[in-house]
Structure formats: structure tokens, C-alpha cells
Design a protein around this ligand. Structure first.
Ligand SMILES: C[S@@+](CC[C@H](N)C(=O)[O-])C[C@H]1O[C@@H](n2cnc3c(N)ncnc32)[C@H](O)[C@@H]1O
Length: 382
């Protein structure tokens, strides 16, 4: 598992090279007979990723797995959000991976079990957890085999299925994941009152509700307005209502809660731009509650396809950005001025707009290029 990496001199070499170009480092000969340069670079990459994604692992003696396992691991920040929702006696993570989710999610439980099919990876996790003083049962098996023999009941079962192919751009279905939740959901719900599953932000919410009758909660979790995870909660009983939480962590933290299905009957009023322009957070746009958000906050929409809202007053509790703006004529845009450009439901992309009007990126002012019901409009922040 690479315990040789814990040698003091090797650790010092790793720490001294945290900022070195890894491609050129890989071309060098390893200074240590017992470890390859590839193994050293793997640890450096691990520390670099940990700095951004899971800084609690930036401790002496922690071992990092290969790149793929680092990429597949959740970030500490989303894991901490999930940990606040879950508590009980017995927790099991059936797809432990590098154990970032498991480490945080199991905080409020007495007994913790981790299942992982990858032997090397689980050894690394066990080593790290020992070092961090966390106890757990580590089971190196395919979860299907574990479930076959398991007699225990759990308060929470957590899964973060792997994508079968590594093509991240593909919009996938539950059948494309390992494990396939559709195949094991009945078994899981027979041994636990709550099953929590992390899914990709690309997955379609209506599809999830249609294929999982036991779903009762969906959390759409964004970090700094970038949607990172869809987390679904299943319980034994078939559910009529599904509660959704659109969460934005770390920049203007907010949670917008709604009942799934309410969007269908919600309606937006339309208007030309008033004093304030509202742009919902991306977790809300992912949820597709374009009319509900308008109803709940008493805002008017500019256009059916624009997803910009307007109102004469500022609403401070709005889960998104609010700008005071005025409509301008394109002739008022001066060359070489600096703007943050937002273009949606508009024929030109921001890059094309910058070229056409000769404006530069950045600064504190905003230009929005979009359409209202009357046609194309340009809005400038005041
Ligand atoms: C996306 S990763 C989990 C990452 C983890 N949540 C974290 O925060 O580090 C999925 C893991 O599930 C494991 N896995 C996938 N299918 C499995 C199966 N049928 N049995 C056991 N483990 C499985 C993979 O080996 C992989 O390590």
C-alpha cells in the first residue's frame, strides 16, 4: 500500500516538491531505491488536490491514492453539508472510495462500516483513518456479495456510485452507474430506514422521481454557485411528496425549499425590466423551478426562456444575485470600457459581444444581453 512512502526523507522530498512541475519531475530518476517517481508524484498530486478539496487530510503520514480515486472523491465542503442532515446509531457507506464522504457523514453515528471493492484503496483508507483516530469496520468486497450475506440493519446506507465509463460529459441513467440503484433498492430498503445516494449534477430530476417510488427528498448542492451533487433520499414507504432543497454553499449561502411537482401548476407574470434584475442561483436553475421562484418571491419574468426576473424593489432573501440596472441603447456602450458580460437567450455569446462593442472583461459593472417579451434588450448595472 506504500507504507515506504512514510519514510522521513521521502516525505521531506514530497513536501519540497509540492509546487514543482509534475511532468518534468516524472522524467527524473527517483532519488530513493524503494519508491518510484510515479509513486512520489501520486503523493504530490494527492496533497495538491487535498489543499482544494479535503484539507483535513493535509497531515503527516496521510497516504493518497491514484488520480482517479482523488477525482471521484467528494469535497469536504459538500460532505460536511450532508453530515449535518444525517444521524443515528449505525452508518454504512457501500461505495467508500477514498472515504471523504464516509469520514464526515459518519460523524453523528456510533458504528461505522465501509465497503469497497478496490483492495489497495481500502487499505489506504484504513491506514488514514487509523492515523486520524477514527474507528470503522473495513470490508473489502463487492457490495452485492456483502449484501447477500449481511444480517445487520442500518440507520443510514450511503452510496456514491461510480460511473461505469469515465466519460464525464455523458448524461447518464441510473443503469450506467456501479452499483445500479434500481437493481438493489429493494434490498437496501429492507435493511435500512434511509438510503442516501449521491448522483451527478447531470441527472434529470423528473427521471429520478419517475423510477424511484421511495424517493422523499432531493438536495441539489452547489458550491460557490457551481452545482456539484444531486443527493437523493429514499425511505421504506412509497412517497407522495418529494421535498427538494436547492443549496448554495460558500457564496451567499442559501437554501430554497419546494415540493417537487409544484412547478407544474406555478405561473409567472411577465414584465419589461424594472429597477432590480434577479438571477437565480444555479441550483435553482438545475431544479427548473422557473415559475415557482417567480411566484414565491413575487417577481416578474422577462421572457419564458430567459430566466431573468425583475421587480421594483430589492428582496434580500432571494437565493441568487440581484442587480440594480437600467435598459440602455447599444450606442451607450463605450469602447474599451470594462464589464462583466452575461448573455442568455441572446443571439451573440459574451465573446462575440466583447468583439462587436470593443469592451473589455472584468471590473465591477455588469451588462446583461437578453430578451424581454418585446424583443432584444441590453441592461447595464447602475
Ligand atoms: C465515486 S467513488 C466514491 C467516492 C467517495 N464517496 C468519497 O468521497 O471518497 C465510488 C467507489 O465505489 C466503488 N464501487 C463501485 N461499485 C462497487 C461495487 N459493486 N462494490 C463495491 N464497491 C464498488 C468503486 O470502486 C469506487 O471506489
Amino acid at each position: 500500500m506504500g507504507k515506504k512512502l512514510l519514510n522521513k526523507d521521502i516525505q521531506a522530498y514530497i513536501n519540497a516538491n509540492l509546487k514543482t512541475d509534475l511532468h518534468s519531475l516524472l522524467l527524473k530518476k527517483t532519488p530513493f531505491s524503494e519508491v518510484s517517481m510515479q509513486e512520489i508524484v501520486q503523493q504530490i498530486k494527492g496533497k495538491q488536490v487535498a489543499e482544494k478539496k479535503f484539507s483535513f487530510l493535509l497531515k503527516d503520514g496521510i497516504i493518497f491514492p491514484p488520480q482517479l480515486n482523488l477525482e471521484q472523491a467528494s469535497s469536504e465542503k459538500t460532505a460536511l453539508y450532508k453530515s449535518e442532515i444525517l444521524r443515528g446509531e449505525k452508518f454504512i457507506d457501500l461505495t467508500s472510495g477514498f472515504g471523504i464522504d464516509a469520514y464526515h457523514l459518519s460523524q453523528n453515528f456510533k458504528e461505522v462500516t465501509l465497503v469497497e471493492q478496490n483492495t489497495e484503496l481500502l487499505k489506504i483508507v484504513e491506514h488514514n483513518w487509523n492515523l486520524l483516530g477514527r474507528e470503522a469496520r473495513f470490508i473489502n468486497r463487492k457490495l452485492e456479495d456483502f449484501l447477500e450475506e449481511n444480517q445487520d440493519l442500518f440507520d443510514v446506507i450511503y452510496l456514491d456510485p461510480a460511473r461505469r465509463d469515465q466519460n464525464k460529459n455523458k448524461v447518464f441513467l441510473l443503469e450506467d452507474l456501479s452499483p445500479n440503484i434500481l437493481e438493489i433498492q429493494e434490498k437496501l430498503l429492507s435493511i435500512s430506514s434511509q438510503v442516501v445516494v449521491k448522483l451527478s449534477p447531470l441527472i434529470d430530476l423528473k427521471y429520478l422521481v419517475s423510477v424511484l417510488p421511495n424517493i422523499f427528498r432531493i438536495d441539489i448542492i452547489a458550491l460557490k454557485n457551481d452545482v456539484k451533487e444531486i443527493v437523493i433520499f429514499l425511505s421504506k414507504e412509497v412517497q407522495n411528496d418529494v421535498i427538494c432543497h436547492c443549496v448554495n454553499l460558500e457564496s451567499g449561502e442559501s437554501v430554497f425549499t419546494y415540493e417537487f411537482g409544484k412547478e407544474e401548476n406555478a405561473q409567472s407574470e411577465y414584465a419589461e425590466p424594472e429597477k432590480f434584475i434577479y438571477i437565480p442561483n444555479n441550483s435553482i436553475l438545475k431544479a427548473g423551478v422557473f415559475n415557482l421562484i417567480s411566484e414565491k418571491f413575487g417577481l416578474k419574468k422577462l421572457h419564458p426562456n430567459s430566466h431573468f426576473y425583475t421587480y421594483s424593489e430589492k428582496k434580500d432573501d432571494f437565493p441568487g444575485r440581484v442587480f440594480e440596472m437600467k435598459t440602455i441603447d447599444s450606442k451607450e456602450i463605450k469602447k474599451k470600457e470594462q464589464f462583466n458580460i452575461i448573455a442568455k437567450n441572446y443571439p451573440l455569446k459574451p465573446e462575440e459581444i466583447k468583439k462587436k462593442y470593443g469592451v473589455k472583461d472584468g471590473g465591477k459593472d455588469y451588462l446583461i444581453f437578453t430578451q424581454s417579451k418585446k424583443g432584444k434588450i441590453i441592461l447595464k448595472s447602475v
